[in-house]
Design a protein around this ligand. Structure first.
Ligand code: ATP
Length: 275
């Protein structure tokens, strides 16, 4: 257990401009989380209750963590990135205490955003080896969440999962994760933006055809695109070393990379369809 990693928040300058595509999800997060957070009096005036968490789901590597971090950035809040599996890996009794500590710390350093990844690992339909611990974790988690909904406007909670069908239904009640948003694989327009972000600041040859890359990466996640661009950069570095002169990332490097980096979202979409 690395306590420092969880209890030290990350100050983030990242914003929605750093997340490619996902316009609908950004709009919904803005409406449900950011605006109530930045303009609480407006919501009070119209007697609109804000609060409640958002659960993001979708295939791996499509920007859930990035969105949560960017939400913190947009709110000027600190960012706590918590992996549930790591919390569960603690000694019996220890994980509940740790969870409480995380919420407490977030409250002390408010405004903050706590992001819980792999939320399905708490309770749910999962056959957990330590089910007793798991049940206790569920109730501890819900207690923290419910306490928050009532008296804390300055701590926002976001959750994420790749397996939404395995999430404990108790988490989905009003005031808890009552908004569930799909974070889809990037479409062509989003892939173009993401590739632009990834190539920005790297030496790029004139023959780079972003539209061709976009066409050939249907089914690639944002993380796959990052792997692709990193692999192309590695090819260019090798070419530089081999030739003894500086080269740029050229289309041939990207084509080599395309042969190596396969799309990873298709498998997820197939398994999601079967649920
Ligand atoms: P997991 O379910 O595996 O935790 P995730 O959905 O949380 O995945 P992220 O960690 O947000 O995915 O994305 C991984 C990396 O892929 C990011 O750090 C970023 O480099 C890139 N990436 C993914 N989606 C996007 C996006 N929409 N815009 C820009 N970069 C992206």
């Amino acid at each position: 257990w690395d306590s420092v990693r969880y209890l030290e928040p990350v100050a983030t300058r990242m914003g929605f401009a750093d997340v490619g595509g996902l316009d609908e999800v950004k709009r919904e997060i803005t409406r449900r989380i950011i605006t109530p957070f930045l303009k609480p009096s407006l919501f009070q005036r119209f007697k609109r209750q804000s609060g409640g968490g958002i659960l993001l789901y979708g295939p791996p590597g499509c920007g859930k963590t990035l969105l949560a971090r960017a939400t913190a950035g947009e709110c000027g809040a600190k960012f706590y990135n918590v992996s549930i599996t790591d919390v569960l890996d603690m000694y019996i009794g220890e994980s509940e205490r740790k969870l409480h500590e995380i919420f407490e710390q977030a409250r002390r350093t408010a405004p903050s955003v706590i992001f819980f990844d792999e939320i399905e690992a708490i309770g749910g339909k999962r056959q957990h080896a330590r089910e007793a611990t798991s049940a206790k974790m569920v109730s501890q988690f819900l207690t923290e969440l419910d306490g928050f909904a009532q008296n804390n406007q300055h701590v926002l909670v976001l959750g994420a999962t790749n397996v939404p069908w395995a999430v404990d239904p108790a988490f989905r009640r009003p005031g808890r994760f009552d908004r569930v948003l799909f974070v889809p694989p990037p479409d062509a327009a989003a892939r173009k933006v993401i590739l632009g972000l990834l190539l920005d600041g790297r030496p790029v040859a004139a023959d780079i055809d972003v539209d061709e890359i976009v066409r050939r990466t249907s089914g690639h996640s944002g993380a796959d695109l990052r792997n692709l661009v990193d692999t192309a950069a590695d090819e260019a570095i090798e070419a530089s070393i081999a030739s003894g002169r500086e080269t740029e990332i050229a289309m041939r490097h990207v084509r080599d990379a395309l042969a190596q980096i396969r799309p990873t979202t298709l498998e997820w979409l197939t398994s999601a369809r079967n649920h």
